[in-house]
Ligand binder design. Structure first.
Ligand code: HEC
Ligand code: HEC
Length: 360
């Protein structure tokens, strides 16, 4: 074997050090070419720098949060958006933003060992991607390995046994289900086409603690070039945080919860369109919202009750009944949870109990 000149060797060593320590100029940019993906390994996209499990966003990978998020058996989430440099998205007031081909949305699911401790070690279970090619959006599930060094594309989904200590100090066991690609579709398809769900003004209009300070997310997305013109956040729609009593009235918090947890199926283009029960926050027709609304299909799912919502009578309301159960044939949402969302059940109970006969 021929010896390499010493300066090339030195350069290689230096390049290796810089690369592995994740220095600015040694870091590869995000690798996303709609023609070449999907990659089998999450790390191949370079969404994160350094140790993958730290989820430290690479250049142009922007973290975001929602006012109220989807309940997934108490799993915590970290969400990110990435877009190539030459494109930009369009703000919409009521529907999800139009995010151009090339966009990737990244959602990581994890459990802290102990929810009472801020610095508790965490276990990441899955990373879901929505990738946008000129043909449309695609949902891709990546499953993390046990040593937290890599996540692999698993179109068939997976199952994991998880144990954690909840905020009340109780030990909880979850048989955690990672959805397969058909299940992504069940929640994300509107009129048969996959779309993002949370990337709308009412969910994103809030402040976020960025590395360089606190800022409204809509303003930040515009600054980053991810959105064109956005209105003053004070004039843009904004939902309450269902889990924060200070963020709005019971009605505002309940409607925010039903919007993000149920609305994607319960709307005229979603999987539950035939039910006629529509749960987006702008629905104001009482029957569409479930008030004195008889179920479309009788059967086990009704629990022998007559209406989705019976004002002032939460325990006679099918809507609450289907949130309280874990029975796979009855529970709502039908996908994405195996535990009861105890805090949400309390909120919806209080909401229905406080209604007058008209549901006001
Ligand atoms: C039970 C319904 C449900 C299933 C099943 C589901 N999602 Fe979602 N997903 C949601 C909701 C609701 C949101 C927005 C709320 C949030 O992020 O908490 C969301 C958000 C996302 C986001 C962030 C961008 C966005 O749309 O707001 C990604 C990425 C994503 N999902 C990918 C996937 C993939 C990939 C699958 C299949 C492996 C999947 N999802 C399965 C309901 C679902
Ligand atoms: C993954 C899609 C999906 C999600 C998410 C979902 N549902 Fe449903 N829901 C359905 C489908 C499909 C039906 C009709 C079949 C049935 O009754 O099981 C339905 C029916 C119902 C019904 C009976 C309505 C009627 O009048 O017949 C109620 C009540 C209900 N859902 C409540 C909820 C609530 C509350 C949530 C959120 C906490 C929710 N659903 C989330 C798919 C979904």
């Amino acid at each position: 074997m021929k010896h390499k000149p010493i300066h090339i060797l030195a350069f290689n060593v230096l390049a290796f050090l810089v690369f592995t320590t994740g220095c600015e100029w040694g870091q590869r940019p995000v690798q996303f070419d709609p023609e070449a993906v999907p990659f089998e390994r999450l790390s191949d996209y370079h969404f994160f720098r350094g140790d993958l499990a730290q989820l430290q966003p690479n250049e142009r990978v922007l973290p975001y949060d929602l006012n109220t998020s989807l309940f997934s058996d108490y799993a915590e989430k970290k969400r990110f958006i990435w877009m190539p440099e030459d494109v930009t998205g369009t703000y919409n007031e009521t529907t999800v933003f139009d995010l151009p081909a090339g966009t990737v949305l990244i959602k990581n699911f994890y459990y802290p060992e102990d929810f009472r401790e801020e610095a508790s070690p965490r276990r990441i279970l899955e990373t879901r991607l929505l990738t946008h090619s000129p043909e449309g959006w695609t949902g891709l599930p990546y499953v993390w390995n046990d040593d937290q060094s890599e996540a692999y594309l698993r179109r068939a989904g997976d199952e994991k046994q998880v144990e954690f200590i909840n905020s009340r100090g109780e030990s909880v066991q979850v048989h955690y289900l990672i959805p397969n690609v058909n299940q992504c579709r069940a929640c994300h398809a509107q009129d048969g086409k996959i779309l993002p769900i949370g990337t709308a003004a009412r969910h994103l209009n809030r402040d976020f603690d960025y590395e360089d300070g606190r800022q409204n997310q809509l303003v930040r997305w515009q600054q980053a070039g991810y959105l064109g013109d956005v209105p003053d956040p004070a004039d843009a729609p904004r939902l309450a945080d269902a889990r924060d009593p200070d963020s709005g009235t019971i009605d505002m918090r309940a409607r925010a919860y039903l919007d993000i947890n149920c609305g994607h199926c319960h709307n005229p283009a979603g999987a539950a369109k035939a039910s006629g029960l529509f749960l987006y926050s702008d629905v104001d027709h009482p029957t569409a919202l479930g008030i004195h609304k008889p179920p479309v299909a009788a059967g086990r799912g009704t629990g022998g009750k007559s209406f989705s919502i019976v004002p002032a009578h939460p325990d006679d309301s099918i809507l609450l009944y289907r949130m309280i159960t874990t029975d796979p044939g009855i529970r709502m949402p039908e996908l994405g949870r195996t535990l009861v969302d105890e805090e949400a059940v309390e909120l919806i109970r209080e909401w229905i109990a406080g209604m007058d006969f008209e549901g006001k």
